[in-house]
Design a binder for this molecule. Structure first.
Ligand SMILES: [Zn+2]
Length: 372
């Protein structure tokens, strides 16, 4: 009897090692799902320093309620100011995950494309390399395959990918026609929600509120759609693209740039907590958070971004999840936007950089060495 048991034990061990070697699941990793989130045009300066005092004024930031905005966001130290602006980033991600791009602390992250605006940035994030041909924000289908599309075709993700985006160019960046990935973007009504009355209310508000921008809806609508889709459809890979901070900055409204940034932080926290409340996601989900481009550093440069405005190539990135050691702010000079795609794939146990030689390598140190 004892001999039989030993035999069964040995066989089981053999079978388990084989299953792991064959890649039945990402070897020794905990991540089964990835939430990729971007916040359009949010500067690393606000992420790591909080609100900039100079801009909380009528003259430089076109702030309407100066006293109230000072009370809401200005603090004595950068540490207190940034935690006030982005409490989820600083109380949760910075303590349990990793952050890249704080130039005040010797961490530099940048884009590799030489455009420094949105479509080239999102294509670099999602494809893992810059492409000279992507030279405008026009609604032109992306000639390149994104990591979303690449992973959708791998067994580990098996088509369970979706995107919710505030900006209406995303169906082209993700090339929905070719990729088949569902992308709900811009002012398109939401379709998936548990409670029909809530869905109708969001769609009615979306249809009736004044639209400050024809191509960008409010982030709270995008995030609600993403949360409901996560709960009901359970995608393995969900991309959520928030957009308001960039547009409020272009409007020259520093107060609303700050408000929308704080809202984005809250919406990301809500998405994360929604995932952690579901058995399929709790302890098995990694959040990857980044930005498409920087903005100017000096004068009124904060309002805009381009190759002619210094600082527009400076970005930040963050990762939180069960395979990521809690190292907080990561020093280093060579972090790039091109590394996001391979990092997302690596979380699923896939070697994107090997398959796509033009793609950047996985961000170093984001994944703990796999358990043996
Ligand atoms: Zn912009």
């Amino acid at each position: 009897m004892k001999r039989l048991l030993n035999c069964v034990l040995v066989l089981s061990v053999c079978f388990l090692s084989l299953a792991t070697a064959w890649g039945a699941e990402p070897a020794g990793r905990n991540t089964r799902n990835v939430l990729l989130v971007t916040i359009d045009g949010l500067r690393w300066q606000e992420v790591f320093r909080g609100a900039e005092a100079r801009l909380v004024s009528k003259e430089e930031g076109n702030v309407k309620e100066v006293e109230a905005t000072r009370d809401a966001y200005l603090r004595d130290t950068p540490e207190a100011a940034r935690e006030t602006l982005m409490p989820f980033v600083w109380r949760v991600i910075a303590k349990q995950g990793q952050l890249f791009g704080n130039r005040d602390a010797g961490s530099e992250a940048r884009v590799l494309n030489n455009r420094h605006f949105s479509y080239p940035g999102y294509s670099e994030i999602l494809c893992g390399y810059p492409d000279e041909r992507i030279s405008s924000n026009d609604k032109i289908p992306n000639p390149n395959v994104t990591v979303l599309e690449w992973l959708a075709r791998r067994p580990v993700v098996a088509g369970r990918v979706a995107a919710f985006c505030s900006w209406d160019v995303f169906p082209f960046i993700i090339h929905t026609e070719r990729s088949g990935i569902p992308v709900n973007a811009g002012w398109t009504p939401l379709e998936v929600a548990e409670h029909p009355a809530a869905l109708a209310a969001f769609n009615r508000v979306s249809a009736e509120l004044p639209r400050v921008w024809a191509g960008v809806r409010y982030d709270t609508i995008t995030a609600y759609g993403a949360r409901e889709y996560l709960r009901l459809k359970k995608p393995r890979l969900l991309y959520v693209s928030l957009g308001e901070p960039d547009d409020w900055a272009h409007e020259g409204r520093y107060d609303l740039y700050l408000d929308s940034t704080r809202t984005c932080d809250r919406l990301i926290e809500e998405l994360w907590n929604t995932a952690q409340a579901m058995p399929e996601y709790a302890g098995k989900t990694t959040l990857v958070l980044t930005v498409d481009h920087g903005r100017g550093r000096e004068g009124d440069g904060w309002k805009n971004h381009s190759v002619d405005i210094p600082g527009s190539d400076e970005i930040w990135m963050a990762v939180l999840g069960p395979d990521t050691p809690p190292l907080g702010e990561r020093p280093g000079k060579d972090f790039t936007q091109s590394q996001i795609a391979a990092t997302v794939a690596a979380l699923f146990g896939e070697d994107y950089a090997a398959a796509i030689p033009t793609a950047g390598e996985t961000l170093p140190g984001v994944l703990a060495p796999a358990r043996k």
